[in-house]
Write a protein of this length. Sequence first.
Length: 80
Amino acid sequence: MAENGADGSNDSNEVVFLIAGVAFLVAGAGLILAHPGIRRQAREALGRVLPEGLLEPGNLAGGLSTIVPDFERYIKLRSM
């Protein structure tokens, strides 16, 4: 890491650059997913990976009910 100045300005610059990078990443993903064709392809690709019904609009509660037991099982395995 670079040496800090008398007021620690290098640390604050690194944090600002990190936050700006994350903001650009989120904005870029939003611009890419704004295109209907790309959004449809992403939804189809995620549909092969995620449980059935999770990506349907308005079915977030139904999708979460299928994921939560798996997540609880994963946490139990990790604590062993």
